[in-house]
Design a protein. Sequence first.
Length: 279
Amino acid sequence: MSYKQRVIDFVEIEWATYIERFNRLPELDGSQRVRRQGYDQFRDMLAHILAWWEDVMPIVLAIAENREFEKKKYDFDAFNAEAVAKYKDWDEAEFLAHFEKTRQKAAADLRSMNEAAFEDRRIQGRLNGIFISHAREHLVALSKFLTLDTLEHEWKALPAKFDASDKKEEYLKKEGLARFGDVLAHAFVWWHEGVIAVQGALKDPSFVYDGPGDTDAYNAEIVAKYKQTSEAELRTLFEQKRLEMIELVRGLPDSAFENSTIENWLAADVVEHYDEHAI
């Protein structure tokens, strides 16, 4: 899949179903998820997302078309506050229609861009920010699409990103681990915990899985278990387990993500866990 198609898929699949997925949540659960992200209501978070689309897409098009554009230095807190205030008094139906219209325009604009434009790092950085990483940052109701994308792209690229990094020591210090292989082992062992949760909930929708208990102790056990396993072997195991996770998720019906055990475990194990260990 090309990077262009990946971004378009985010706009046409992930963001197209974003509101619908949130609206399926129980009201209290949805409100709590939004508040954990620092917003009083879901509409305020949508205003924030919308404002970044409106501000950044004209810049992306200008770069793609070799036009001059205003180089901005953002005060992020001020920008986000202004976004919420801008749409505060809009009629609900009018606001949601505007959100959808802007999403559709973004998809059309992306399709109109030359494939080569998507190789420009300035464009990639902006599109990653407003469409891809923003979907993970503002995850409120997990989709099959986002789970697969994180496994197929983000986790896949992690070893190569580490190898290319000139800040390996700083990264490992932040992780509290001696070698990169321990990061990979940590990831795939926790994926196994997620598999237990998913398989249990598929058999019994009321199944609840609390995991191994003491998280810190369990993480230490993982390091000890694979202490004698070479870096090369851990990389091979990681890739094997990543492909197994992809196969598992691909086989899930979309409705499975409405089960709280499945959704919570995959959100934590795959999507949020990636950002926790990203380089």
